[in-house]
Design a protein around this ligand. Structure first.
Ligand SMILES: O=C(O)C1=C[C@@H](OP(=O)(O)O)[C@@H](O)[C@H](O)C1
Ligand SMILES: C=C(OP(=O)(O)O)C(=O)O
Length: 420
């Protein structure tokens, strides 16, 4: 299959207008799962329809949950409250949330479940979650430490306490938290280390669980206690995606425009909304940025940093190596492809050597996106200032923001799309 490339023409005007980011991926996939685990009908509005959420919806359908899509932003979920063993492996593309959340949820169902994904997902680690479930007596196997994962579920855990290492992904904790409300007794989750990337995602999980009737306490920062309430069907509204908003904030500051995204930064509950403060400081972003609590926003900020007044070192971003691609590598390759010497990797830190004089120049560069939506969307920002930037495989934005290029067009940006 020949993939496209999309070459952006830097606009001669500031980008201004109204663009609403799509619904939050993280919240949509939590809500879909919890609605699938609740008996009755749940209406999810403001939802994201993209690869990641459609894989989750399709997996739920394969397990006997009725998922209707009455309009472009609504899912209507009707469930018996039980996930039935599917005939085929569950295919979840490269959706980390769907893959990790379902692995834990099906462990409390009955029958054989195979959780699998695409070639990228098959390289993303799931061992700590698999080990934690195995310690609860679940018959579970993932020979490579990555999907596919095979689970022979018997409807219960053998114990009600688990210790989990979330150093590689907070999604392991979210996955067990959501499953835990279905256990037959109060359940405790303890973090193996103090280290956890993006704690804000755990808060999103707790908020979604509570909206569907769960009771969770956090006696210490490293322990959660979940009551065996199960879930209650409910209507649930999903806020816009904060990670998607970072690109729009980036376009605004980079071009000196004014983009109304319909939601003030302070109203988001997702961790990436923290990025607003850093982005708003452009072109005087700080010398050191700790990305640990806003990981998905780092590609956006790193590309902006190329146009900052002073260099920026990104720390706390080691987990970016196990996302859709090795994002530290993809960012340094892409930036150095625009102008050699623009970025350096030092261990797991990324240093972007700011060069405000880049704006207005022409540097033909083919940006390898490694099929990663965030690499594609963030390097589009460089294309607003530097002529010749071509984004390879631009359709990979479909993972979380299928209308991204339309949004750019609606702001008056033109681009040429052709076979790569
Ligand atoms: O829980 C979530 O919704 C997410 C958690 C983060 O992943 P990790 O916990 O794997 O770092 C984030 O990067 C991902 O896009 C969404
Ligand atoms: C890391 C990401 O996704 P996930 O882990 O949900 O696949 C992301 O969307 O940037």
């Amino acid at each position: 299959m020949t993939l496209d490339k999309l070459t952006i023409t830097p606009p001669a005007h500031p980008l201004s207008g109204k663009v609403s980011p799509p619904g939050s991926k993280s919240i949509t996939n939590r809500a879909l799962l919890l609605a699938g685990l609740a008996k009755g009908e749940s209406r999810l509005t403001g939802a994201l329809k993209s690869d990641d959420t459609l894989y989750m919806a399709e997996a739920l359908r394969a397990m006997g949950v009725e998922v209707e899509e009455p309009d472009a932003t609504t899912f209507l979920v009707r469930s018996s409250g039980e996930l039935k063993a599917p005939k085929e492996p569950l295919f979840l593309g490269n959706a980390g949330t769907a893959t990790r959340f379902l692995t834990a949820a099906v462990a409390l169902a009955r029958g054989r479940f195979v959780v699998d994904g695409d070639a990228h997902m098959r390289k993303r680690p799931i061992r700590p979650l698999v080990d934690a479930l195995a310690s609860l007596g679940v018959a579970i196997e993932a020979p490579t430490g990555c999907p596919p994962v095979t689970i022979d579920a018997v409807g219960a855990f053998k114990s009600h306490r688990v210790v989990i290492d979330a150093g590689l992904s907070s999604q392991y904790v979210s996955a067990i938290l959501m499953a835990a409300a279905l256990a037959d007794a109060p359940f405790e989750i303890e973090l193996a280390g103090a280290e956890i990337g993006a704690r804000g995602y755990i808060d999103l999980t707790l908020a979604a669980m509570r909206a569907f009737g769960a009771k969770v306490e956090q006696p210490t920062p490293a322990v959660w206690r979940v009551e065996p309430t199960g879930y209650t069907a409910t209507d649930f509204h999903i806020e816009p995606d904060a990670s998607a908003a970072t690109y729009l904030w980036g376009m605004e500051v980079l071009t000196g425009g004014s983009i109304d995204i319909g939601t003030p930064a302070a109203d988001f509950t997702q961790p990436d909304a923290e990025a607003y403060k850093v982005i708003a400081a452009f072109p005087h972003m700080p010398a050191v940025i700790d990305g640990s609590q806003m990981q998905d926003a780092i590609p956006t900020i790193a590309v902006l940093a190329a146009f900052n007044e002073t260099p920026v070192r990104f720390v706390g971003i080691a987990n970016l190596r196990v996302k859709e691609c090795d994002r530290i590598r993809a960012l340094s390759l892409g930036l150095n492809g625009i102008r050699p010497g623009l970025a350096d990797e030092e261990g797991d830190d990324l240093i972007v050597h700011a060069d405000p004089a880049l704006a207005g120049t022409c540097h033909p560069a083919r940006i390898d996106t490694f099929a990663d939506h965030r690499i594609a969307m963030s390097f589009a920002l460089a294309g607003l200032k530097v002529a010749g930037i071509a984004i390879l495989d631009p359709d990979c934005v479909g993972k979380t923001y299928p209308a991204y290029w339309d949004a750019l067009k609606s702001l008056g940006v033109s681009f040429i799309r052709e076979a790569a």
